[in-house]
Ligand binder design. Structure first.
Ligand SMILES: Cc1cc2nc3c(=O)[nH]c(=O)nc-3n(C[C@H](O)[C@H](O)[C@H](O)COP(=O)(O)OP(=O)(O)OC[C@H]3O[C@@H](n4cnc5c(N)ncnc54)[C@H](O)[C@@H]3O)c2cc1C
Length: 423
């Protein structure tokens, strides 16, 4: 195995294009979007939809498109896919621009990632094709409930098969659904999206009884109850959704419609997270790098440059802090690269996936906090974006498994314990 630190051409091309998106379409409206929570930047969404169609993949859900494009390129020798690597770079760059806006980039997001991980080839074809159609389209994944976050075995949403009509009837409460509103409400500007809802088809079977269901936008019996008012990523809509006897076609269940004596049902969710955790980690690295770059720029404008190469004891405290921030950002990024490299090479990456998320969640909160600290009042002022990135950072450590939960996953993997033995 050889280790190359030179980015492959598709990665460089994607970064080049998205740097310009970040500079010209994200940063100029970042503050306005933060101050007007739930405002929708239609210009950005439409531009990204066209760009995504041209480039292949931008979000986790459209991964196959990118993979196929790269693998099918007749000019390239047959080699392992680099689709995840490209995607991680895209997400890092977009999040450097504005992580909240990245979260409303059209495409399938977590919803499509769930279809990708747990759906049959027919379901993938049926539900994922819409993201390449004329209008920008969204999808979301609804797992969290008021009593079930980290502990997903506490999910109470129920799906019961009505054998007369051959439909699933789903009832329950879902909270904190990223892009839930854009995915479920039918907007004239957007295509018809969907939400993927996790429910139990047999509560006595515990996790083995969990299945996910694709619910099309506008389905009767589903209601958006509220949009969260949040600390950070305020441009991203986070919805609370109730389901009251929502009827879903039989074929919309992802995975087997019957309960087996193993945890197959929940494996779909875990496969989704193995795929997406390094990508969430990449977004955290992007935010951390944004804060680091800004600190270096603002210090340089005031005549302070980092004197790399001097012994540590000869550096000022600010120089040491900035160098430490750089070490944190680079080491987190290397962990992301390892996790996505393993995914691209079809190697099991549960450990590396969770490790990269833990690391990124840690460093992005520390780096953005340090950035505010170093710049003092300028860091705290709303005139600059440092205070916003400080608020945007924390979510990296909350969704798709909190820092504590991912540490448990890492510990189980290293020590060889099962979920039941170490929780
Ligand atoms: C902005 C935002 C967007 C989100 N988007 C989505 C989405 O799209 N879809 C979705 O389904 N969910 C989403 N979530 C929900 C998110 O995944 C959950 O908030 C997260 O999993 C934590 O669950 P919880 O909120 O119930 O917290 P809890 O599970 O109650 O945890 C509270 C605290 O206890 C800690 N803790 C819990 N169990 C343990 C343990 N065994 N050992 C040590 N510590 C523990 C946690 O780490 C945390 O610090 C989103 C949340 C937010 C804030």
């Amino acid at each position: 195995m050889t280790i190359e630190f030179e980015a492959p051409k598709p990665v460089e091309q994607a970064r080049f294009l998205l740097q310009s998106v970040a500079d010209n379409m994200m940063r100029p409206v970042s503050r306005e979007m933060d101050e007007n929570e739930h405002a929708i930047p239609f210009g950005y969404i439409e531009f990204m939809h066209s760009a995504m169609k041209a480039m292949g993949s931008i979000t986790a859900g459209s991964l196959t498109t990118g993979e196929e494009k790269i693998a099918d390129d007749p000019n390239k020798p047959k080699r392992a896919s680099i689709a995840y690597q490209v995607l991680a770079n895209q997400l890092e760059m977009l999040s450097w621009g504005d992580v909240g806006m990245y979260l409303i980039t059209p495409g399938g997001g977590l919803g499509a990632a769930a279809v990708q991980a747990a759906g049959s080839p027919e379901q993938r074809k049926k539900f994922l094709a819409r993201f390449n159609e004329e209008k920008p389209t969204f999808a979301a994944m609804c797992m969290t409930e008021p009593q079930a976050g980290s502990d997903t075995s506490a999910i109470r949403t129920r799906a019961v098969l009505d054998e007369k009509t051959n439909e699933w009837v789903i009832t329950g409460e879902k909270i904190f659904v990223t892009a839930g509103e854009k995915s479920f409400t039918e907007h004239a500007e957007f295509g018809k999206g969907f939400i993927v809802v996790w429910a139990s088809i047999d509560p006595s079977a515990g996790r083995s009884g969990m299945r996910s269901f694709v619910i099309e936008a506008g389905t009767p019996g589903v209601r958006i109850n509220k949009l969260e008012n949040k600390m950070g990523i305020r441009v991203s809509d986070t919805a609370a959704i109730s389901l009251d006897g929502a009827r879903v076609p039989f074929e919309n269940v992802l995975g087997s419609p019957t309960v087996e004596k193993n945890t197959a049902g929940f494996k779909g969710a875990m496969a989704t997270f193995d795929a997406t955790r390094p990508l969430v980690a990449a977004t955290g690295v992007g935010v951390a790098r944004a804060a680091l770059d800004e600190v270096k720029k603002m210090l340089a404008e005031q005549g302070f440059n980092i004197r790399y190469g001097l012994p540590r004891q000869k550096l000022t405290s600010n120089e040491r802090d900035v160098i430490d921030m750089e070490i944190m950002v680079k080491s987190a990024w290397l962990m992301v690269l390892k996790a996505v490299w393993m995914a691209d090479n079809k190697q099991p990456n549960v450990l590396e996936s969770s490790m990269s998320k833990v690391k990124s969640g840690d460093i992005v909160t520390r780096v953005t906090q340090k950035a505010v600290e170093i710049l003092g009042p300028l860091g705290y002022s709303r005139e600059f974006l440092l205070e916003k990135w400080f608020r945007d950072a924390k979510i990296t450590d909350i969704y798709e498994g909190t820092g504590q939960i991912n540490r448990l996953v890492v510990a189980r993997q290293i020590l060889g314990y099962s979920g039941a033995e170490l929780r």
